[in-house]
Ligand binder design. Structure first.
Ligand code: ADP
Ligand code: ADP
Ligand code: ZN
Length: 225
């Protein structure tokens, strides 16, 4: 299955993307993580992306489109993938459709995880991440050493540089102007699935799996998968 996850910053795209990838046995591709890896590696792409990310703005479309197109040609994407954080503009959505059509494929579903503006800012300001394995945690008070370590690999948790309350508000404003239209784009094409993101991680996951399993069964019975 070829999927994309949409939603405000902090909606749970990364959390659910990792769970879905394991459930369906397909890769989880996060453009935000790809840019952060590029920044860490010290590449020219990383330096360019950092200028935009630090301010809470989007990296230019041509750059984002290029890294995703390149990533999708890799062998592990043969049977599908879960895009997380792409497309973030209508231009990116059109480019993705064009790239898929050129290989005779289609995006099977766009899943929107819906949360409110206040919940988005609150979750981002309290997001802690594991620099080793990428696990994320919600920590209001991370002072205690045990709570500041990753439960998976025991590394010391850190906060993303763009996860300040001020940058979160800017990212949210950018989302409303540039990314919200992507939701209408998929809705008009009959490919949008919306789930309520203000439930427990387990409940959100269950709702997504139920909807996506129906999509997969329909695709299988129509011979598209
Ligand atoms: P996104 O990738 O959409 O920005 P994340 O998956 O990184 O979002 O989640 C943002 C923050 O909210 C993280 O700290 C994560 O642990 C927490 N979180 C994710 N899903 C839920 C949920 N259903 N309820 C409460 N907190 C959540
Ligand atoms: P979030 O938790 O806000 O959903 P991500 O990790 O997906 O954050 O993205 C972090 C930052 O990386 C974004 O604020 C943006 O600057 C940049 N970015 C990620 N994906 C894209 C994209 N598809 N187009 C442009 N910029 C992107
Ligand atoms: Zn870890």
């Amino acid at each position: 299955m070829r999927l994309t996850m949409l939603g405000r910053p902090g909606a749970g795209k990364g959390t659910q993307g990792a769970l879905l990838a394991e459930h369906f046995g397909i890769p989880h591709i996060s453009t935000g993580s790809m840019f952060r890896d590029a920044i860490r590696s010290g590449s020219a792409l990383g330096a360019l992306a950092k200028r935009f990310i630090d301010r809470g703005h989007l990296v230019p479309d041509d750059v984002a489109i290029r890294i995703v197109e390149e990533r999708l040609t890799r062998g592990d994407c043969r049977n599908g993938y879960i895009l997380d954080g792409f497309p973030r503009t209508v231009a990116q959505a059109r480019a993705l459709d064009a790239a898929l059509h050129s290989t005779g494929h289609e995006l099977d579903a766009a899943v929107e995880i819906r949360i409110s503006d206040e919940e988005a800012v609150m979750r981002i300001a309290h997001r802690w991440v594991c620099p080793e394995c990428g696990a994320t945690y919600f920590r209001r008070y991370p002072a205690c050493a045990e709570r500041s370590r990753c439960q998976v690999c025991n590394a010391t948790l850190t906060q993303r540089e763009d996860d300040t309350e001020e940058t979160a508000r800017e990212r949210l404003a950018v989302y409303l102007v540039q990314t919200q239209p992507v939701i209408s784009y998929y809705e008009e094409r009959g490919r949008l699935i919306t789930v309520n993101g203000e439930q427990s991680i387990e409940e959100v996951f269950r709702e997504m799996v139920d909807s996506l399993t129906r999509v997969r069964d329909e695709l299988e019975s129509s011979g598209a998968l």
